[in-house]
Design a protein around this ligand. Structure first.
Ligand code: PGA
Length: 252
């Protein structure tokens, strides 16, 4: 059985003070919620403060990116070792915004994944096609390349540490969600790719959906066989809406 996993990606939102307010409100709203793993990914500057609030709670800490070296002359970068020490359990890798604006490629995703795993962080590896690619019927080819090249250094015994987030780029921040069936088709395809590479361990890998997830659409997405959770952007910036998404079984 795969434990459902809902993570909030705060992107470049929230000062330290605002982050503490948000996570404190969330913590009381989801206290006592079981059967679903919860994580938040604040910006780097708020990680330490949020770590203090979530300590001992049912909310895990995630970072939004990490570099692949553990230390060195890499001005502006943050290493997985630093994130692990500050209390992060997860790190988002290869988000489409990193691919689109910051030159992230499948090759750099592979390096980050390897480094994160080596430092005991669980990567949330993002994949997804653009609108142009979907319209040109390239969705499966794009996803296949992203998975095969990105996961290239991930050994079979490490794959269950990994979370995959399927985020169609055309659904991110646009208010357009993939239909549950559309998303599940790609999730099933991703699990097949994982089966080919990793055999039955693929059954344990959680595959999140991301792209305009809201309290109103989460229950239908979670009802699909291969959707094991969500990576939530905009709707994770308010405690109330994120808490409703986390408790998706009440939203039916
Ligand atoms: P969104 O973002 O929920 O605002 O569409 C999702 C994401 O980018 O992870």
């Amino acid at each position: 059985m795969r434990m459902p996993f809902i993570a909030g990606n705060w992107k470049m939102h929230k000062t330290r003070q605002e982050a503490v307010e948000l996570v404190s409100a969330l913590k009381s709203l989801v206290a006592g919620v079981t059967g679903v793993e919860i994580a938040v990914a604040p910006p780097f500057t708020a990680l330490h403060a949020v770590a203090e609030v979530v300590e001992g709670s049912n909310i895990a800490l995630a970072a939004q990116n990490c570099f692949w070296e553990s230390e060195g002359a890499y001005t502006g970068e943050v290493s997985p070792r630093m994130l692990q020490e500050i209390g992060c359990r997860y790190v988002i890798i290869g988000h489409s915004e990193r691919r689109q604006y910051f030159g992230e490629t499948n090759a750099t995703v592979a390096k980050r994944l390897q480094a994160a795993l080596a430092h005991g962080l669980r990567p949330i590896c993002c994949v997804g096609e653009t609108l142009e690619e979907r319209e040109a019927n390239q969705t499966f080819a794009v996803i296949e390349t992203q998975i095969n090249e990105g996961l290239q250094p991930v050994a079979p015994q490490q794959v269950t540490e990994l979370v995959i987030a399927y985020e169609p780029v055309w659904a991110i921040g646009t208010g357009k969600t993939a239909t549950p069936a559309q998303a599940n088709e790609v999730h099933g395809f991703i699990r097949d790719l994982l089966r080919k590479r990793y055999g039955e361990r693929a059954e344990e890998v959680r595959i999140q959906y991301g792209g305009s997830v809201k309290p109103e659409n989460i229950a239908a997405l979670m009802a699909e066989s291969d959707i094991d959770g969500a990576l939530v952007g905009g709707a994770s910036l308010q405690a109330d809406s994120f808490a409703r998404i986390v408790q998706y079984d009440k939203e039916r």
